[in-house]
Ligand binder design. Structure first.
Ligand SMILES: Nc1ncnc2c1ncn2[C@@H]1O[C@H](COP(=O)(O)OP(=O)(O)OP(=O)(O)O)[C@@H](O)[C@H]1O
Ligand SMILES: [Mg+2]
Length: 324
């Protein structure tokens, strides 16, 4: 990485609210806008998912944040430090894996970490052992990296971040190449890092993983952040599906339609799927049940299904697609 002349900053600003803050951040490749006016606010001390499909601009955003490529427009700060102005100060407290961790294959995991530690403060060397232990790689630390599986490389990547004792970890697709057990371990590791007060920003196209791992999320599509915030708040804005198992589904649908219950109703083999609008009162559920029972329909089961982040994501993207 090239060095820039960071201005003396005195004590780092550890009081800033945001671990990552960007305004109008934009990166173009020719006519292709990979990062488009991104406004990102990542609170400290949480696991934050940057979620989007392939080509959405996740890796590009991370590369811009780390100064690996320049932004065309916008401003950004890491841990309260404006970058690129104070990039060296900020990056001293940041650990990152971009694309996938890269190591010297002919050297052992431990030797790779020794090389990285040599470029950092003296204390980094003392953190090699504990970092390897932390990611469960002590027993393979003296094997050559070329013999590691993808999951082991990912873990060594996290260990490489930890030797700098970072306040902020930025992990690009940390679940890539991991089997279900490996994903589970990575998730636990991320949660334990957050429990220590660190902030973890991870990019992913795996909606499910983000939902399970992260407290907050930004959903990105074609370079644009569509929504962001705590997952619980985003879900509160999602619609809920009411699954109804009942007799005579067609007649049940007509009864509800005639009664003026305001919802999208689909008929299935076993009954109805009723999509309630976001924020709808639960009285609609009682009302629907009353209409059906009074109309002579046998209701076997009523189940409210909270939209997952995935269905919410699909709702948002299809809604945007429909109105664009
Ligand atoms: N060096 C580059 N030169 C030209 N275009 C690029 C370059 N890097 C990325 N792009 C383009 O920018 C867009 C965003 O790419 P990026 O790699 O950031 O997406 P991503 O969200 O990380 O995707 P994935 O999930 O596949 O990793 C894509 O259209 C890609 O083709
Ligand atoms: Mg990527």
């Amino acid at each position: 990485m090239s060095t820039t002349l960071a201005e003396p900053t005195g004590r780092p600003d550890t009081e800033g609210t945001w671990a990552v803050e960007t305004h109008g951040l934009t990166k173009r490749f020719g006519n292709n806008v990979a990062v488009n006016g991104v406004e990102l606010l990542v609170p400290r001390g949480c696991a934050f998912g940057y979620l989007g499909p392939n080509g959405a601009g996740k890796t590009t955003l991370i590369r811009v944040l780390l100064g690996l490529t320049h932004a065309d427009a916008g401003t950004m700060s890491l841990l309260g430090q404006p970058v690129p102005k104070h990039r060296d100060v900020a990056l001293a407290r940041v650990g990152a894996i971009v694309d996938e961790p890269r190591f010297h294959g002919h050297l052992t995991g431990r030797q790779n970490l020794q090389i990285l530690a040599a470029a950092r403060e003296a204390a980094a060397k003392d953190r090699i052992g504990p970092s390897l232990e932390r990611v469960g790689m002590s027993h393979r630390a003296d094997d050559r990296v070329s013999k590691y599986s993808m999951g082991m490389r990912q873990r060594l990547g996290v260990a490489a971040c930890l030797i700098g004792d970072p306040e902020l970890l930025i992990l690009d697709e940390p679940m890539n190449g991991l089997d279900p057990a490996g994903m589970h371990e990575m998730r636990d590791m991320i949660l334990s890092l957050v429990a220590e007060g660190r902030t973890v920003v991870l990019s992913s196209h795996l909606l499910d993983e983000v939902e399970r791992t992260c407290d907050a999320v930004a959903i990105v599509d074609r370079g644009n952040v569509i929504r962001q915030g705590p997952i619980s708040e985003l879900l509160a804005g999602a619609s809920v599906v009411l699954q109804v198992e009942c007799s005579e589904p067609d007649r049940a649908r007509s009864l509800l339609g005639a009664s003026g219950v305001r919802a999208d109703i689909e008929v299935s083999e076993s009954g109805l799927g009723i999509t309630l609008p976001a924020g709808a009162s639960r009285d609609i559920i009682a009302e629907a049940n009353r209409v059906l029972v009074e109309g002579g329909i046998s209701v076997y089961r009523l189940q409210e299904i909270q939209a997952s982040l995935e269905s919410w994501f699909l709702q948002v993207t299809s809604r945007l697609g429909a109105t664009e």
